[in-house]
Design a binder for this molecule. Structure first.
Ligand code: SF4
Length: 898
């Protein structure tokens, strides 16, 4: 309870309005709640008359119609009552800037202090993901009798404030210092909060360590895989859900043998095999016995986190806590403490959004052990990623040993630990980019496990090519050209005036030449109707401008490098060795940019695809040269250096054959030392999955396709009232299906969640899971990495076979290359890619031995084209061939009775 709160009274307020625009919209309901000493003592509420037509969405949400307001007073008639009620008390509102904008339109003179519970919650609950009043009220057990009624929302907001208040007692002095400073630039009531004293509470934070220490020299034991995976063995005793699976033990033994013999084991293990434990036990056993490191790489960060925070601690108990492990992500995941300090120094010139980010990070920054942004829920990287750019570690900004925070640096510490840990958990982007950069981050290693191995080609292509972004260029050169940059501020005492002048003049010359190229690139990109990226080596005038720029750019680069070298030597002689090292670091960055410009601007290599893209938010340009075929490069820079390689996936073989995967990844070259094995899933697909294929629907290329599929989808969701997902192959298809079925679904009370329309991926999945009968429409990333067991997903609809998009420049280049080599790209690339993606998509449906599911494929080409048989062979479950709409109706009648 509030004990010695100077202002121990406040008014919580909420308005319902006709819309979000304070100039043109009207208040239609006012709710005020007066709290004293933690108790609600008085309320005020009133409907407010408006002449505006109340929009449908507002009527639906609030239940207020123009009829409701027919006899309500106008706002001017109740302003004196509102002013009297709120007096001089602090005002508390959720998303206060919205309510205050409406209030101040009518009462412009009010000077009350304002507390925003939305911003407070984001500061005090850094790991929370959802901050709507409803979600926060639920999280704190606050009952809101009528959400979206102004008075009840005001009361819930006041009660939320009372719940947040005690947490503020846990804010430490160094955190208050920053938060109170930010209050001037993004006010949210922190000053009011600072004065309030309560019984105190603890900010709920669950911050994990990024490193598990151990002492491998103490390991004396023997690892008995047969005992571990038997029915009454170690895993069975520890995990109630464990099911004894022969295939899991066989896989674990094969992995053990591959480690012992120094061989490659290429595996496809069906869903449910239990591959994670099957590789963790033998990998740890080998690492301990031989005092070696095993690197484990996953495609997704979510699997990386699951392995480190959930699976490893469990497996480590078997080894008596002796092994050590480190989770390591790319630099961009970690907070850079130097950038943080720099931002705090510059509060007056930051935007309000930047200050809001500082507020959200403050408490976490002083308590996190990892510095990994993914620990936070209150930062939405999809929306706020551009602000994170200003705070994350990055190669081009880092001062290394000259950084005052070097010893505390989250990324450097993680990297140091990774060099000695028994197990290092990384992701594929880091694996391939590090291999391309000579193992600068991971160092040398001999043993590698690649999980989710079906993503090797896709992720390697993006990470081993050369990329130059405008942002990267700006980072390096703005630090020279801007007098106030941290770099210039840091080195200015050590340089002569003419030296600073000279390097900033040469930098300005380089910047203007690059802007000349980049502005044309941007113009070209905007003129073209492109599939995310365009092959810029086909744009004649751009290529001409790039080629013309190379020589003068090289002249300026060389001059700059020469001057920096001279300055570095002079500083060394003056025994300013730290500064000399900083200058040398900058020299290397500049050399790298010069190397990239020379590689990307001319001449062009036919084995690479040259792409021009723009960043979605800033529209800054990005040039890349990506290898059309990664196999040879991977073979040389990665697999050739490895003694033991284990790859696992649920989808890399086609009809039991691994050739396609081996060829695309370059592993075919290592066939002699590789064992390829299939491990079957424990699921009984014939009993658990019913697969209906609609033969009567026209080809996806036929204009009639959507006319055929829309009634089919409607019939399915009406007949089977279970959670359903539709996996589409493009945003165009997703939007068409969404618009065609939305009104119908709403009539049936089915909530529809669509990628790109209903929020972030995480939010869509969460909302879909908690919906009664949701319908999720996804494309792209929804085809894999989603785990929706049991009732969370029972029906899957695939309207079209997922062939790669032939207008994607990299796909187009691969097709051309295969054709040039005298092969058939459709049979040898498009069909296998489609089959593997289809298998991934179908894999979303049956996740446990208790699941049952209904799969509908609406692409009739399966029965009409030559490749259909190859596809049918890969589709699990009992097949129902539906040759007419009548048969579909009959089938739906049958399954709806099950
Ligand atoms: S060492 Fe580099 S990454 Fe780490 S805090 Fe300093 S500048 Fe940032």
């Amino acid at each position: 309870m509030l004990k010695e709160m100077k202002d121990n009274e406040f008014i919580a307020l909420d308005f319902e309005t006709t819309g979000l625009d304070r100039q043109n919209d009207d208040i239609i309901e006012v709710g005020l709640a007066h709290f004293r000493d933690g108790l609600l003592v008085e309320t005020y509420s009133s409907f407010v008359y408006t002449e505006k037509e109340i929009p449908l969405n507002v009527r639906n949400i609030t239940g207020i119609s123009n009829d409701t307001l027919e006899h309500a007073p106008k706002i001017d008639a109740i302003l004196h009552e509102i002013a009297e009620f709120i007096g001089n008390y602090p005002l508390v509102a959720h998303n206060a800037s919205f309510d205050m904008a409406f209030l101040m339109k009518h009462l412009p003179g009010i000077k009350n202090s304002v507390v925003d519970t939305l911003i407070l919650a984001r500061i005090l609950l850094p790991q929370e993901h959802y901050f709507s009043l409803g979600k926060l009220a639920d999280a704190f057990g606050i009952t809101n009798k009528r959400a979206h009624s102004a008075l009840y929302d005001a009361i819930a907001c006041g009660e939320l404030f009372l719940k947040l208040l005690p947490l503020a007692d846990d804010i430490r002095e160094e955190e208050w210092d920053i938060l109170l400073k930010t209050e001037d630039y993004n006010p949210c009531g922190l000053g009011v909060l600072y004065k309030m004293k309560t019984d105190g509470g603890k900010i709920p934070l669950n911050l994990s360590s990024y490193y598990i220490s151990g002492n491998s020299s103490e390991w004396q034991g023997k690892t008995n895989l047969g005992e571990i995976f038997s029915k009454d063995g170690y895993v069975g005793k520890m995990l109630r859900s464990f099911e004894n699976r022969n295939e899991q033990l066989r896989l674990a033994k094969d992995i053990h043998d591959a480690f012992e013999r120094g061989e490659f084991l290429i595996t496809e293990a069906g869903t449910g095999t239990g591959k994670t434990f099957a590789y963790l036990f033998p990998a740890i056993d080998f690492a301990l016995k031989n005092n070696e490191r095993v690197i484990i790489s996953t495609q997704t960060k979510s699997l990386q986190n699951q392995l480190f925070y959930k699976d490893l601690p469990f497996v480590f108990t078997y080894f008596n806590g002796i092994p050590s492990a480190q989770i390591l992500k790319g630099r961009g995941n970690y907070l850079c403490l130097l950038k943080w300090a720099d931002l705090l120094d510059n509060l007056p010139i930051l935007s309000r959004e930047e200050v809001a980010i500082i507020q959200k990070l403050t408490i976490w920054r002083f308590r996190t052990k990892s510095g990994d942004i993914e620990e936070l829920g209150n930062i939405n990287l999809e929306r706020e990623g551009y602000l994170w750019q200003k705070l994350k570690c990055d190669d081009f900004f880092c001062l290394n040993q000259n950084c005052p925070f070097y010893n505390e640096c989250y990324f450097k510490n993680a990297r140091r630990n990774a060099k000695s840990a028994n197990i290092v958990i990384i992701n594929h982007s880091l694996l391939f980019s590090d291999a391309a950069n000579g193992n600068l981050i991971l160092g040398e290693y001999d043993r590698l496990i690649i999980d989710e191995a079906h993503n090797i080609e896709k992720t390697a292509t993006r990470n081993i090519g050369i990329t130059l972004t405008q942002k990267e260029f700006d980072y390096v050169f703005n630090s020279f050209a801007q007098k106030k940059s941290i770099f210039i501020k840091g080195i200015s005492h050590f340089l002569k005036k003419n030296e600073i002048k000279l390097i900033s003049a040469i930098s300005s010359d380089i910047i203007s030449r690059m802007s000349y190229v980049m502005s044309l690139a941007k113009e070209k990109y905007e003129q073209m109707d492109v599939f995310r990226s365009v092959k810029y080596n086909l744009l004649e005038d751009l290529v001409k401008r790039m080629e013309e720029s190379v020589e003068p750019l090289n002249t300026s680069f060389n001059r700059l490098l020469e001057h920096l070298e001279k300055i570095g030597k002079r500083l060394e002689n003056e025994e300013e060795n730290d500064m000399a090292a900083t200058i040398e670091g900058k020299r290397r960055e500049i050399e790298e940019i010069q190397f990239k410009i020379n590689s990307l601007f001319s001449p062009y290599d036919e084995n690479y695809c040259y792409l021009l893209e723009t960043e979605s938010r800033t529209k800054n340009v990005k040039f890349s040269s990506l290898p059309i075929y990664v196999g040879d490069i991977l073979g040389e820079m990665l697999f050739n250096k490895i003694k033991t390689l284990i790859t696992t996936s649920g989808t890399i073989a086609i009809d039991g054959d691994f050739s396609y995967f081996m060829n695309r990844t370059g592993l075919a070259r290592f066939k002699e030392q590789s064992l390829m094995q299939l491990y079957s899933s424990p699921f009984d697909y014939n009993a658990q999955l019913k697969t209906a294929i609609c033969e009567f629907i026209k080809d996806p290329g036929d204009p009639q396709f959507y006319n055929d599929t829309t009634p089919v989808i409607k019939a399915i969701i009406q007949a089977i009232p279970k959670k359903t997902m539709i996996l589409t192959t493009s945003y165009t298809m997703l939007n068409t299906i969404y618009n065609n079925i939305l009104p119908f679904s709403e009539e049936l009370g089915i909530q529809v969640f669509a990628q790109g329309i209903s929020g972030s991926r995480t939010k869509i999945i969460e909302n879909f899971k908690s919906s009664h009968q949701g319908l999720l429409i996804g494309t792209d990333t929804f085809w894999e990495g989603i785990d929706l067991p049991g009732k969370f997903l029972e029906v899957l609809i695939i309207p079209k076979l997922p062939f790669p998009a032939p207008n994607d420049p990299i796909i187009e280049s691969r097709i051309n290359k295969i054709r040039e080599n005298g092969n058939n790209p459709f049979d040898q690339y498009m069909v296998p890619e489609m089959i593997l993606k289809l298998k991934q998509g179908i894999g979303r449906l049956i996740r446990t031995t208790y699941d049952n599911g209904y799969l509908f494929i609406l692409d009739s080409r399966i029965y009409r084209r030559n490749y259909g048989k190859r596809v049918l062979d890969e589709i699990p479950g009992k097949e129902y061939r539906l040759s007419s709409y009548y048969l579909l109706s009959q089938y739906l009648r049958e399954v709806s009775n099950e």
